[in-house]
Design a protein around this ligand. Structure first.
Ligand code: UT7
Length: 336
């Protein structure tokens, strides 16, 4: 059977830094509140003309160059995002021609903060069956254009940032299961009974004769809503659970893992997961301080930054765990 290997990575964040102090000028919040509750110090926001697929393009180009492949070798694109350029077609359809690629399948993955690991799992399955050989997976978000930046929306607005990350996954014939770089496992979960605890209600076909009305805009239904405490508690619980499951499935102990790359929703969530699982601090790599929550992009951004920081090296055994709207959660284990 074929396996799949991550052969290239890339990331891009827009240059516009927005500090907590900047936010405190437009809404009632403070640097102290945001840092204490979330660990976030700053995030990036795009300028008005920039789109999600613009960020995705830059991250993808870096991943292609890092992989040392010609882009024509890519035979499938998987694009994880919660902030698509348009409702339809999917953002992968807009990215494909920007990359100068033709006719290969370009698929959007709509699994919010868990989207990137879902996409990795789908790519792994495509490669294992022999359907595709070299897959571009990108996670990209422009949140800044969709947040309520007044005091009313501050619980959500201070958390999210814009950014993109990408990897190239390629077919690999594994000779040494323990030493070769390849994806060992992915585990995916959803509990749709909590769908409305973190959601964007409008525009929506479920809303009556019109998917978007002036009234919906006036009442803020076009901004994300989050039941923060419920999301927080479930994130800690589910990320712990799916990490343990991934370790058990691979007959691994916690100490076998060189690096834990968790979703970046809140530094306190990751600290509680590490505390609960007794993971030493230096084995967890966080980027939330600089970028906030970039949803589907947090994992590939974490990969690229961890490589730069020399925390992630060729041969490292990595565990990912993510949690987000849906509720969805997932884990992955691979040798880098
Ligand atoms: O990617 C996955 C999705 N997201 C997450 O996983 C996030 C999960 N949730 C969280 O991270 C936390 O629940 C938050 C950071 C969103 C909020 O932290 P909290 O400790 O749960 O605070 P809270 O919602 O209980 O609010 C405490 C107080 C409230 O004031 P009162 O009612 O005590 O007077 C809020 O109105 O803090 C107030 N508040 C703020 N104050 C200053 C809420 N947001 C802000 C803000 N600045 N930005």
């Amino acid at each position: 059977m074929y396996h799949s290997e991550i052969i290239g990575h890339g990331m891009y964040v827009p240059p516009g830094v927005v500090t907590n102090h900047d936010l405190s000028k437009i809404m009632e919040t403070s640097h102290e509140w945001i840092v204490q509750r979330s660990g976030i110090e700053e995030r990036r926001w795009v300028s008005p003309e920039v789109t999600t697929t613009d960020l995705a393009l830059k991250a993808s180009e870096e991943a292609i160059a890092n992989a040392g492949i010609d882009k024509s070798e890519i035979d499938c694109i998987l694009f994880a995002t919660v902030s698509p350029d348009h409702d339809f077609p999917g953002s992968a359809c807009f990215l494909q021609p920007k990359l100068g690629l033709k006719e290969i399948p370009a698929i959007d993955v709509r699994q919010q903060c868990s989207g990137f690991i879902y996409a990795m799992s789908m790519a792994d399955a495509f490669i294992k069956t022999g359907q595709y050989k070299t897959i571009l997976i990108v996670g990209a978000e422009v949140h800044s254009k969709g947040l309520d930046k007044t005091t009313k929306g501050r619980d959500v607005a201070v958390l999210f940032g814009d950014g993109a990350g990408a990897i190239i996954m390629r077919r690999k014939e594994v000779k040494d299961c323990l030493k070769d770089s390849f994806i060992w496992s992915t585990h995916l979960f959803t509990d749709g009974s909590s769908a409305k605890d973190l959601w964007l209600e409008a525009p929506g076909m479920a809303l009556g004769p019109e998917r978007l009305t002036h009234e919906m805009i006036e009442t803020g239904k076009h901004y994300p809503y989050m039941n923060g405490k419920k999301v927080f508690a479930n994130a800690v619980r589910r990320m712990c659970e799916c990490t343990i499951l991934a370790l058990e499935a691979n007959k691994l102990k916690l100490e076998d893992i060189d690096l834990f790359l968790f979703h970046q929703a809140n530094m306190r969530i990751n600290q509680m997961v590490a505390q609960e699982l007794k993971i030493p601090e230096d084995k967890v790599y966080n980027t939330i301080q600089k970028y906030g929550n970039t949803t589907a992009a947090t994992i590939p951004i974490g990969m690229a930054e961890a490589v730069k920081a020399q925390k992630l090296k060729k041969g490292s055994l990595v565990a990912n765990a993510v949690f987000g709207s849906g509720f969805t959660w997932a884990s992955a284990v691979y040798r880098w």
